[in-house]
Design a protein around this ligand. Structure first.
Ligand code: PGA
Length: 244
């Protein structure tokens, strides 16, 4: 199964989101079995869900709180994401880890909360440039995946996103992606041993229609989590077509 997910981050107002969805759907064919998702900002969840879900495109939250409700000003809960039309939620994006202090301990709780509310977690993992330069990449990925020892098994997608490749135009080399994805697959097999969960491993970090075909040729790359290029419906539709 191939998966292509748009991460809009903190971009677009409602008129722009509507125009994007109408343009995308005009280009979109759901043939080929590729799972397509969009992770809009919270204010756009209802609008985007109403437009794209009837066409089989999934909607993801960009984050979710572990508690179902409570005094957590500025947060959004998993049941609220469901109520707004989400079927999944991005968890552990490097921008959440880097700018909002998201820890692996918090993420373990969030993954469990997502499962409790029937949301598919798209767990993002990846090393910083300093960690790569220090030869710690696989250790970091192993640590970030070790939350699965605490959560136990469940339905999951994983995105490998080297932090230094996000929004920089600097995509990881094929050999680096191959090594990371093979390692992630082995770790997932260990954590999910004896279960039937099929976990696609997406690549993220400066994915464009120019780079995506080469990435898709790498073993264990099941698709892409796309930031910048996903804000252009023509490019996003092309990425979906390439994955099909
Ligand atoms: P990018 O972002 O495609 O703009 O590098 C990817 C991401 O942060 O998920």
């Amino acid at each position: 199964m191939r998966c292509v997910v748009a991460n809009w981050k903190m971009h677009l107002a409602s008129d722009e989101a509507r125009a994007f969805c109408e343009d995308l759907l005009g280009r979109f064919t759901s043939e080929g079995g590729t799972e397509v998702g969009i992770a809009p900002p919270y204010t756009l969840l209802h609008l985007v869900s109403a437009l794209v879900r009837p066409k089989g495109i999934q909607v993801f939250g960009q984050n979710g709180h572990a508690e179902a409700k409570g005094a957590f000003t500025g947060e959004i809960s998993m049941p609220q994401l469901r109520d707004a039309g989400c079927s999944g939620v991005l968890l552990g994006h490097s921008e959440r880890r880097q700018f909002f202090g998201e820890t692996d301990a918090a993420l373990a709780k969030k993954v469990k909360a997502a499962w409790q509310w029937d949301l598919l977690p798209l767990l993002c993992i990846g090393e910083s440039l300093a960690q790569r330069d220090a030869g710690q990449t696989l250790e970091v990925l192993g640590q970030q995946l070790s939350i699965l020892a605490e959560t136990g098994p469940g339905p999951l997608w994983v995105a490998y996103e080297p932090v230094w490749a996000i929004g920089t135009g600097r995509r990881a080399e094929a050999a680096q992606v191959r090594e990371a994805h093979a390692f992630i697959r082995a770790e997932l097999q260990r954590h999910l041993a004896g279960t039937d969960y099929q976990v696609p491993i997406l690549y993220g970090g400066s994915v464009t229609p120019e780079s995506f075909p080469e990435l898709l040729d790498i073993p264990e790359v099941a698709g892409g989590l796309v930031g910048g290029a996903s804000l252009d419906p023509r490019k996003f539709a092309e990425l979906v077509r390439q994955a099909g």
